[in-house]
Design a protein around this ligand. Structure first.
Ligand code: NDP
Ligand code: PYC
Length: 339
């Protein structure tokens, strides 16, 4: 890429927050969105960084997300914390619900954060890493849009349904993985299209069900699950757990709600689970953290890298040198700020 401009994380957060505030999004929500988008850029996760801003703005313009929504929490004394996002962005709903989720997991061993009716556009590692950095194990999942064919089928039905897991570690970054259940996130296909690059084989079929490496044909056709029938089943599980089980949309319903327009972003529910390993292992006289460490060390000792290692490295570089943005990205921020 061409010349780069360095941004501090604070400057990027401020700019992104300002863009959303100018579009009528309440301050708390705009700032929560800015944190997650800027963290994506900081960690080199381009498919869920500033590239997502225009998608969010299109949904605002289409009137399909509520800029003034204030999430409402409903939590008795039990392990379930429910947040009704009221049709607003998921980031604020997550931030509002997570302190109670942590408290309940520490009390009950396991707790669930149920977010209903939210516009979810972000990477899930942000949530599970946040929970693991407070000493808990976390799982997060949500549907998206019906853009993926089930294994053996040809028509879009399931979403790109992301799934993330985090395990806390003492003195080092948590173990985190986070992936779409399609071969790659849809954002990756869109980035290939923008850059005029063909897709790797096996990512998608065209609208006649034939394999394609053309990003446009892939976007008009169907994406494919990772791991064939296995990814297809995991994506189905995510639909069931974070859709119908929460009384919320499946990926097909989320797409219908947007009148089939995948240039917008999906609105649906999300499920985040937190586990306290100290409660689960109580009475066993074995330190769960030490046991986890032994396993992770065994992986590293084979020369394998842990998931998120690339991301943490990108973060360290961004913290010391700044976040590098291209001329086009800077121009985009400036244009949106001055609107
Ligand atoms: P990737 O395939 O880029 O990465 C998946 C995971 O595997 C990451 O944790 C990554 O760590 C790790 N990984 C990659 N290569 C290796 C390796 N060689 N060895 C060990 N671990 C490795 O992710 P996807 O394209 O599937 O998804 C990208 C993002 O899209 C996710 O953050 C997801 O949450 C988001 N998404 C969000 C949706 C939504 O509705 N909100 C929908 C779909 C996706 P590392 O980052 O360090 O490379
Ligand atoms: O990259 O597939 C994706 C995606 C959908 C919604 C947010 N990200």
């Amino acid at each position: 890429m061409n010349n780069k401009t360095m941004y501090t994380i604070e400057r990027l957060e401020e700019d992104v927050g300002l863009i959303f505030k100018k579009c009528g999004v309440i301050d708390d929500a705009a700032e929560a969105i800015a944190r997650v988008i800027s963290a994506g850029e900081r960690d080199g996760c381009k498919s869920h960084g500033i590239y997502r801003i225009e998608g969010c703005l299109r949904v605002l313009q289409a009137g399909k997300v509520s800029p003034q929504a204030v999430p409402e929490i409903e939590a008795g004394d039990g392990p379930m914390v429910k947040v009704d996002a009221k049709g607003g962005f998921a980031s604020l709903a997550y931030e509002k619900g997570v302190p109670l989720l942590i408290e309940r997991a520490q009390t009950h061993g396991l707790a669930a954060l149920v977010i209903n009716d939210c516009l979810h556009f972000s990477a899930l590692w942000y949530e599970v890493e946040d929970i693991a950095s407070r000493g808990l194990v976390a799982l997060s999942m949500c549907p998206s849009y019906a853009v993926m064919a089930p294994w053996g089928g040809k028509q879009p039905l399931l979403g790109t349904n992301p799934f993330a897991f985090a395990w806390p570690r003492k003195g080092v970054d948590p173990y985190v993985f986070d992936f779409a259940t399609t071969v790659a996130a849809r954002g990756e296909i869109e980035l290939h299209r923008r850059e005029g690059r063909p897709l790797p084989e096996g990512w998608a079929v065209d609208n006649a069900g034939q394999p394609t490496t053309d990003p446009d044909a892939a976007l008009a056709g169907a994406m494919l699950p990772f791991g064939q029938h296995k990814g297809s089943a995991i994506a189905t599980m995510i639909e069931l757990l974070a859709g119908p089980m929460l009384g919320d949309f499946t990926s097909q319903e989320a797409l219908d709600f947007m009148h089939g327009d995948t240039s917008l972003l999906p609105r649906h529910g999300a499920l985040v689970l937190a586990f306290d390993p100290q409660v689960f292992s109580h009475g066993r006289h074995r330190d769960p953290m030490a046991g986890g460490e032994q396993l992770l060390q065994g992986i590293v000792n084979q020369g394998a890298r842990l998931p998120s290692q690339r991301r943490y490295k990108a973060r360290r570089e961004a913290v010391s040198e700044g976040i590098k943005l291209s001329e086009e990205e800077v121009a985009l921020l400036e244009r949106l700020k001055s609107k």
